[in-house]
Design a binder for this molecule. Structure first.
Ligand SMILES: NC(=O)C1=CN([C@@H]2O[C@H](COP(=O)(O)OP(=O)(O)OC[C@H]3O[C@@H](n4cnc5c(N)ncnc54)[C@H](O)[C@@H]3O)[C@@H](O)[C@H]2O)C=CC1
Ligand SMILES: O=C(O)[C@@H]1CCC=N1
Length: 269
């Protein structure tokens, strides 16, 4: 069991996905975790559900952690960092999971010698299938980076990337589960339209997407080839593909991603 203490500032959806994912994986003990919440009701719910310490005082949470994860909205970072900075351990590693919060901004709020890691995780962390992109500042040692990679790897995959690419990450992995859920909902609606029961439709749609994603990851084949293998000449699939192309399925996804990235950059201002 791991010895480092980990604090979460904020106990919302993404914080719960991360500490829930870590606990499920056995990466850390319940005793090593603390999370702060805005209301006593949320704190109580989190303690009950995850069996971890909670507090409504961010400073109490901040003073506990060797690693402190900021899991509040981007616009709250200034307020929260000001509130907790005097309470942090001297060598604490500060991890932000927020969209559009960059390292130079974090250093301005704390100090140039602070240990900071910018990340972009996603909610499938809760079920051990997260995708997290990590970017450390120059004060993070190899060992500290490895620890953080191990932490996020306990509930999914991790890539370490340069900060110049971080603004593009929400569009492809932080936010994209939402597009996938929309796609599953659309497939299920189509199934229901053809008379398939709704719950069955969700299972058929979700398992098909899970299988397709696994094929990309495990066969190493180009997605276009995998698509071709489904399209029997003169068959059903190519009819569906033709309609998707006419309605600019791929262009629509790319336009949506552009908007996601634009918003991420706006959050930074
Ligand atoms: N939801 C997602 O899929 C992802 C979210 N993120 C990032 O995670 C962060 C949190 O987002 P969500 O979990 O989705 O939002 P959320 O709204 O579920 O969680 C934020 C939590 O912070 C609490 N809070 C508000 N003010 C606070 C304060 N002063 N002190 C302590 N807690 C306070 C709120 O009560 C809420 O529970 C954001 O910065 C977002 O960019 C990153 C990747 C994916
Ligand atoms: O919607 C958001 O702003 C956050 C960041 C990535 C996923 N959710």
């Amino acid at each position: 069991m791991n010895k480092k203490t980990i604090s979460f500032i904020g106990s919302g959806k993404m914080a719960q996905a991360i500490f829930g994912g870590m606990l499920k994986a056995g990466f850390t003990s319940h005793e090593a975790l603390i999370a702060s919440a805005k209301t006593a009701a949320t704190a109580e719910m989190v303690t009950k559900k995850y069996e971890i310490k909670t507090t409504t005082d961010n400073r109490v949470a901040a003073s506990y952690g060797d690693i402190v994860v900021l899991a509040v909205k981007p616009y709250l970072h200034t307020e929260v960092l000001n509130e907790i900075k005097e309470s942090l351990k001297e060598d604490a590693i500060i991890v932000t999971i927020a969209a559009g919060v960059d390292i130079s901004y974090m250093q301005e709020q704390l100090s140039m010698s602070s240990k900071i890691i910018r990340t972009m995780p996603n909610t499938p962390s809760l079920v051990g299938e997260g995708m997290t992109v990590i970017c450390p500042n120059k004060n993070i040692t190899e060992e500290e980076l490895q620890y953080t990679v191990d932490l996020f790897s306990s509930f999914g995959k991790v890539e370490v990337m340069e900060e110049r690419l971080m603004d593009a990450i929400p569009a492809i992995s932080g936010s994209s589960p939402a597009y996938a859920f929309l796609f599953i909902e659309a497939l299920a609606d189509g199934g229901v339209r053809s008379g398939i029961p709704r719950e069955t439709s969700y299972r058929l749609a979700a398992q098909s997407l899970l299988g397709a994603a696994k094929m990309v990851l495990e066969t190493g084949k180009h997605p276009g080839i995998l698509k071709d293998e489904v399209c029997t000449p003169g068959g059903t699939t190519i009819e569906a593909i033709a309609t998707l192309e006419q309605l600019q399925f791929r262009g629509t996804i790319m336009a949506a991603m552009d908007n996601c990235t634009r918003k991420n950059k706006e959050l930074q201002k």
